[in-house]
Design a protein around this ligand. Structure first.
Ligand SMILES: C[S@@+](CC[C@H](N)C(=O)[O-])C[C@H]1O[C@@H](n2cnc3c(N)ncnc32)[C@H](O)[C@@H]1O
Length: 214
């Protein structure tokens, strides 16, 4: 467990990341930037497999979801259709246990803020190791800039930070800046290809993304 903040194998964490489908906006984004049809996809930190199933929906050839939580993997299996194209495996963001160059797309959503800084760097090397030549890596997460952005119409966090400043300290301790994380990716030859932000629907759409072709 990274950062000591959340136990993903606890009762309280049950089914948070399995009981919904991906947003249509994510599908549009995914088709446009990742074009997953007929590709082999690895989803690192897949949780209950919401996005793994999203890739299957979009026509991926195979999807392998990897997570360090046995509980989430069990939920992922229960929530997924039993099809051979989709599989789940126990592994970590720094050592997935998958073979070198096994994926055209390596995807990682809402994971990096759970990793220590050291593991974030090791994780970037693992993303690179899994990619095939001409593969694409996509990391999606809210950066520190995202959580600090004050847009009270769409984003209640800024208001909460005003009331409870310790929440902001908590976020500062666990979220990398876009620039800082791009540095970790660049070190591993995963240069930032796109930094995407959207002001709307922060809970449904990711606020930033890094893409890079190997
Ligand atoms: C916020 S959830 C995101 C789940 C999924 N990616 C999604 O977006 O629905 C974070 C996930 O990362 C997993 N995780 C945290 N640290 C990890 C690590 N070091 N290695 C692999 N998975 C990890 C957790 O078990 C959890 O399933």
């Amino acid at each position: 467990m990274g950062r000591g903040t959340m136990n993903f194998d606890s009762l309280e964490a049950q089914r948070i990341y399995s009981d919904r489908s991906v947003d249509e906006n994510w599908r549009v984004w995914c088709r446009q930037y990742l074009a997953p049809a007929n590709k082999d996809v690895v989803d690192i930190g897949c949780g209950g497999g919401i996005y793994s199933r999203g890739f299957i929906f979009l026509g991926a050839r195979t999807v392998t979801g990897v997570d360090s939580s046995a509980q989430y993997l069990e939920e992922a299996r229960l929530a997924s259709p039993s099809e051979t194209k989709l599989s789940f495996a126990l592994g970590s963001a720094t050592a997935s246990g998958l073979p070198d160059a096994c994926a055209n797309i390596v995807f990682q959503r809402a994971v990096i803020h759970h990793l220590t800084e050291r593991d974030r760097w090791a994780g970037a090397a693992e993303l690179w190791r899994l990619l095939r030549p001409n593969g694409v890596c996509a990391v999606q997460d809210r950066t520190l800039e995202d959580v600090e952005s004050a847009d009270p119409v769409f984003w209640i966090r800024a208001t909460l930070f005003e009331e409870f400043s310790q929440l902001l300290e908590f976020e500062r301790a666990r979220r990398p800046t876009a620039h800082g994380y791009a540095g970790a990716l660049k070190e591993r030859d995963l240069l930032t290809f796109a930094y995407l932000r959207t002001p709307k629907r922060a809970s449904a759409i990711l606020r930033s993304a890094s893409l890079r072709q190997r």
